[in-house]
Each structure stands twice: as structure tokens, then as C-alpha cells.
Design a protein around this ligand. Structure first.
Ligand code: ATP
Ligand code: MG
Length: 266
């Protein structure tokens, strides 16, 4: 049974998509069956793994608004056999409005994922930088959320809003929902500020914070323009190694507690 994880923070540009793409690829090379779902109309996770958005085919929009079975929207990654993707296109912008009047408007993704949950070990969902109905669908469908926090000024600004939304989701749609982990991103060891953010996040979230911190790394910033996860672009880079290490931490957390794939951590 897949562990379903939302990657969310309504703050823009904190590393959600970078984390979704590279954690998905890192889990896939560890031979975990991964479904990466792009829930952001910007479609950066879609292009980040090399899927051409202009090529016709089903996307998350068709699943949420037209009831298309999610299996029909799934694409196979060309280079990583354990990685599947559900792409997002620009029309997902309209989904926010179109969902408002719909029935079961927060529960659609949850329902859509039921038939494929058994086919994956991890389902990772990249959220847009908002707390609208699409994000709510994702949070209602997930077992937990992984929150990337950028090591910069006002890093924790807006976190209380996210925590309120998480509580709302727990109370109304998804009682078992939890914070799976907090990942510090774009760490710069030369800056005291970066260290300060790490300390603050640890104070606030305790053991939820991943031990691996993602450094600011130019290779991570370059990889999207080559439409590749970092480990297919430069596996020796510190960025690639960091995400491989986060994947190992996640595998340990999920699989040793019996919540995910059986057989324990590798
Ligand atoms: P949005 O809120 O717009 O969806 P996001 O939270 O998904 O943004 P990303 O797109 O992952 O954030 O990252 C924002 C920018 O920072 C991108 O250009 C990305 O390539 C770059 N970036 C992300 N992580 C790193 C890193 N560790 N080192 C250097 N650049 C990074
Ligand atoms: Mg993004």
C-alpha cells in the first residue's frame, strides 16, 4: 500500500517542486515504486522529469473534473522504470473555480487514488503555492505532508497558516493526517541566517525535521532546464547526494514503522 505524501507550503519558491521531483527519482532508484503527481498548473514537476506538456494526453485536471480514472493519466518515466507521473497542465488553474460548486469537492483526489494505491510504494504530490481547493484535495488524499522550508529571512512566516489548514483537514476530512517531515532547503553554510533557520525549525518541529539539509547547489537549479532530476543530470553533485540521503531517511521512517512497503528499510 502506497504511503501518500503531499509536498506543501503555500509560500512560493521554497523548493516544493525540486523536492517532489528529486525525492521521487531518488526513491525510484532505490527500487521503490513511485507515482509523482503534479498538482500545480505551473507544471514544473511535469517538465522537471522531461514530460512534454504540449503532447496531448490526460492530466490531473481530467481526473479531478471529468472523473477520468487516474490510471489513464499515468505516464511512464523514460529513464527510471520505477517512476510514474501524472502530469499537470495550465487548465488546472480553472479547477480551483470549477471545483467550488462540485459535489465532494475536497474528496475527489482521495477517491481517484483508491484503485491505484496498491500499485505503488510512494505517491508524492507536488502542491501549488496556495491553500486553495486543489491543495485541499491533495491534503485530504494524503497520509501526511512533507513541508520544505527555505533557509532564508521569514522562513517560518506563514507556517501557522499551513498548520491551521492541516488541523482543518484533520478535523474535517482526514483524521489520520500528519506531518511526515520538514525539509530545510537552500541551506548556505556561509550564512549565520541559514543556521538560525535550522535551529528555529528544530525548536518548532523537533524530530520531524529531516537530518539531511538540502544545500543551495547550482546543479539543482540547473537540472530543470535539462528536464531531468538531479541524479540523471549530475549524480556526483552535492544536490543529488542530499536528495538520495533524504530518500533513505524517508524510507527508514516509513518502512521501519510498518506504514509503507513491508520488509523494512534497505
Ligand atoms: P513554487 O511555489 O513556485 O511552486 P517551489 O516551492 O516549487 O516554487 P522550486 O521551484 O522547487 O520551488 O524552487 C524555486 C527555485 O529555486 C527554482 O528555480 C529551483 O531550481 C531553485 N532551487 C530549489 N532548490 C534549490 C537548491 N537546493 N539549490 C539551488 N537552487 C534551488
Ligand atoms: Mg513548485
Amino acid at each position: 500500500m502506497a504511503r501518500i505524501l503531499a509536498i506543501a507550503n503555500q509560500k512560493g519558491g521554497v523548493g516544493k517542486t525540486t523536492t517532489a521531483v528529486n525525492l521521487a527519482a531518488s526513491l525510484a532508484v532505490a527500487e521503490r515504486r513511485v507515482l509523482l503527481i503534479d498538482a500545480d498548473p505551473q507544471g514544473n514537476a511535469t517538465s522537471g522529469v522531461g514530460i512534454d506538456k504540449s503532447v496531448a494526453g490526460m492530466s490531473l485536471y481530467d481526473v479531478l473534473l471529468d472523473g477520468v480514472p487516474i490510471a489513464e493519466a499515468v505516464r511512464q518515466d523514460e529513464q527510471l522504470p520505477f517512476l510514474h507521473i501524472v502530469p499537470a497542465t495550465q487548465d488546472l488553474v480553472g479547477a480551483e473555480l470549477e471545483l467550488v460548486g462540485g459535489e465532494e469537492r475536497e474528496g475527489r483526489l482521495r477517491k481517484a487514488l483508491e484503485p491505484v494505491r496498491g500499485e505503488y510504494d510512494y505517491i508524492l504530490i507536488d502542491c501549488p503555492p496556495s491553500l486553495g481547493l486543489v491543495t485541499l484535495n491533495v491534503l485530504a488524499a494524503a497520509d501526511g505532508v512533507l513541508i520544505p522550508i527555505q533557509c532564508e529571512y521569514y522562513a517560518l512566516e506563514g507556517i501557522s497558516q499551513l498548520l491551521n489548514t492541516i488541523r482543518l483537514v484533520q478535523q474535517n476530512f482526514n483524521p489520520g493526517f500528519q506531518i511526515e517531515g520538514v525539509l530545510l532547503t537552500m541551506f548556505d553554510s556561509r550564512l549565520n541566517l541559514s543556521k538560525q533557520v535550522v535551529a528555529e525549525a528544530k525548536d518548532y518541529f523537533g524530530a520531524k525535521v529531516f537530518r539531511t539539509v538540502i544545500p543551495r547547489n547550482v546543479r539543482l537549479a540547473e537540472a530543470p532546464s535539462f528536464e531531468k532530476p538531479i541524479l540523471l543530470y549530475d549524480v556526483q553533485s552535492v544536490g543529488a547526494k542530499s536528495y538520495l540521503s533524504v530518500a533513505q531517511e524517508l524510507i527508514k521512517r516509513v518502512e521501519s514503522s510498518g506504514r509503507g512497503k513491508s520488509g523494512g528499510a534497505k
